[in-house]
Design a protein around this ligand. Structure first.
Ligand SMILES: Cc1ncc(COP(=O)(O)O)c(C=O)c1O
Length: 272
């Protein structure tokens, strides 16, 4: 997803750099120490990422010229992607590594940048693969020849998996039946949540074992932009528990909430 180089509500446009530097220079209480960019997210192609970083360094040099002193910090933002959908492949870090050497030579040899702290802040890349979202099948239904698994979780827990978080074309996250990984006979099914909207679809025509009410489904790559990027308490539906597994030990880090509990809590807080 592109977040820079077009009209955007975030930060300031690079064309305004001269004016911004000017405006900040006239305020002695502010110390302009560097530049922070965020050009896009979910980038799987090093040939997109490296030119972005290189452009950021050029902007930082320009800022240093305007300030007439070296910059102390250049934050290149996040953006490193992970594969979710069929046909997507892992970002090739070896390719990034080989191209980054040229960038770091450029940084070291330029007095405007050589003392700067260069930062990248990957989010999705670090934590996306660490999280798994589990939902339980409540019922199986056939409608006009299509088989639906209706689960106790849905887009209010995992908006991204439902395709409603910035996707133009809705595609399915990787989904498995964790207790039936060895089953080879798979059936097509559509997985939906309990909300009263067709947007609440977690997967379309995926192939899974013949699951029944009570079985679990697991959505992989769910550690980033999962629960915290979702409309929890949608129409007072329950929020899920969160479990952290650290060194093989499981700890409950968020209690499961039951339907309507959030609203009740708010009413209680208001009446105190
Ligand atoms: C300021 C900032 N840095 C880093 C990130 C992480 O981005 P990504 O997950 O694309 O690496 C975000 C995500 O919103 C952000 O707003």
């Amino acid at each position: 997803m592109r977040m820079g180089g077009k009209p955007v509500p975030f930060g300031f446009d690079e064309e305004d750099l001269v004016n911004i530097v000017d405006a900040l220079r006239s305020r002695p209480s502010l110390d302009l120490c560097g530049i922070h960019l965020f050009a896009g997210t979910q980038i799987l192609d090093p040939d997109v990422l490296i030119p972005q970083w290189s452009h950021a360094l050029a902007l930082a040099r320009h800022m240093s010229d305007l300030l007439a002193r070296p910059v102390a910090s250049v934050d290149l933002g996040g953006g490193l992607g992970i594969p979710y959908f069929s046909g997507e492949v892992r970002l090739d870090l070896s390719q990034i590594k080989s191209q980054i050497s040229a960038l770091s030579r450029l940084v070291r040899s330029d007095g405007r940048l050589c003392t700067a702290q260069i930062v990248i802040e990957p989010g999705r890349y670090l934590v996306g693969p660490c999280g798994i979202y589990l939902a339980r099948v409540r019922a199986v239904k056939t409608s006009r020849g299509s088989r639906f698994l209706i689960t106790d979780g849905g887009m209010h827990h995992h908006l991204a998996a439902s395709g409603n978080l910035g996707q133009i074309v809705k595609r399915d996250f990787p989904i498995v039946a964790p207790a039936r990984m060895d089953v080879v006979d798979l059936l097509p099914c559509t997985i939906v949540g309990p909300l009263c909207t067709p947007l609440d679809t977690l997967a379309r025509q995926v192939h899974l074992p013949d699951l029944k009410a009570g079985d679990l489904i697991a959505i992989l790559q769910s550690g980033a932009y999962g629960l915290t990027a979702s409309p929890i308490e949608f129409l007072s539906h329950a929020t899920p528990a969160e479990i952290l597994i650290d060194g093989g030990k499981a700890a409950l880090i968020r209690e499961r909430q039951h339907a309507g509990e959030g609203a009740q809590q708010t009413r209680k807080e208001q009446s105190v």
